[in-house]
Design a protein around this ligand. Structure first.
Ligand SMILES: [Zn+2]
Length: 62
């Protein structure tokens, strides 16, 4: 179920939470949550990470 009026982080469950692009854990209201967005061929890509460590690992592994 998608509730567009809910702000991300206030009502996130494991079911609708984004998954970490590095370790694939669901990110549920993580204070260390990192989001990276970029535009590739006109499409906005978004990746979520639990924290800086996962973000760094993902960058290193690309
Ligand atoms: Zn992670």
């Amino acid at each position: 179920m998608v509730d567009p009026t809910s702000d991300l982080g206030t009502d996130v469950t494991a079911e609708n939470a984004p998954h970490c692009a590095s370790c694939d854990d669901p990110i549920v209201d993580e204070p260390t949550h990192r989001v990276v967005t970029w535009v590739e061929e006109g499409v906005t890509e978004t990746r979520h990470f639990c924290d800086e460590t996962c973000l760094k690992e993902w960058n290193d592994g690309r």
